[in-house]
Design a protein around this ligand. Structure first.
Ligand code: CTP
Ligand code: CA
Length: 210
């Protein structure tokens, strides 16, 4: 039985449907989020894992909630938040969605097509607004000016920490990350297999909060 509080962890991509059979998504494997969920459960936390579609098995002892769209991820996270004391948002959430989802299957018209896209809900920003006493860790995937952009995201989304993530790690089993605080200081850095980074992150949070 877990003897530590419950954590909310998001993982994997979301999908945004254009019609009933076509969607936009991204190449996130979900491996980092799943590794964190597994490390948290092994450390004794109860874990709610809100997961987009991935080809991964749910780690032992983790309560997984499957979602597809960003709106579904938002709903699942807001529903789970009250029972959780900490949040780690590792999901690669789609930033835009088609303005309308067409019922059925869109037929081709023989020429170019334009799709109007609108912004999705920002799940982490909403968690940040309602977090109260909870601690919140965001992820930032940055191709350039990584630290500066990550710090802007940490502050905009009211996070306590942000993991600055290497974009070349997408789909890989290893990663190289920095953990940044709201002053922009690097509190820790870890390189290696995602499982080891996940264990270090959980260990670090455990010693900080429990
Ligand atoms: N995130 C979220 N909901 C969104 C977009 C992002 O919850 N609609 C979360 C991610 O799970 C991650 C953090 O916000 O923890 C930062 O995601 P990232 O894609 O790096 O930043 P964005 O704010 O989406 O900005 P951009 O993609 O333009 O860099
Ligand atoms: Ca984004």
């Amino acid at each position: 039985m877990p003897d530590l509080p419950r954590l909310l962890i998001t993982a994997g991509p979301t999908r945004e449907y254009l019609d009933d059979v076509r969607y936009l998504s991204n190449a996130s494997s979900g491996k980092m989020g799943y590794a964190i969920a597994e490390a948290a459960a092994k450390a004794g936390y109860a874990v709610t894992l809100v997961s987009g579609p991935v080809d991964l098995t749910c780690p032992t002892g983790v309560d997984r909630v499957d979602v597809e769209t960003t709106a579904e991820m938002r709903k699942a996270c807001m529903g789970a938040l009250t029972s959780c004391e900490g949040v780690i948002a590792a999901a690669a959430v789609c930033d835009y969605r088609p303005a309308t989802r067409i019922i059925g299957k869109l037929a081709k018209t023989g020429g170019p097509m334009t799709v109007e896209m609108i912004e999705t809900d920002d799940v982490l920003a909403e968690i940040g607004r309602c977090k109260e006493a909870r601690w919140v860790v965001g992820f930032a995937l940055e191709a350039e000016n990584a630290r500066e952009r990550a710090l802007q995201k940490l502050r905009a989304k009211n996070c306590d920490w942000i993991v600055v993530n290497d974009p070349t790690a997408i789909g890989s089993d290893s990663n190289s990350v920095e953990l940044m605080d709201p002053a922009g200081a690097i509190a820790a850095e870890w390189t290696g297999p995602k499982s080891a980074i996940a264990a270090s992150l959980i260990d670090w949070l455990h010693s900080r909060y429990d």
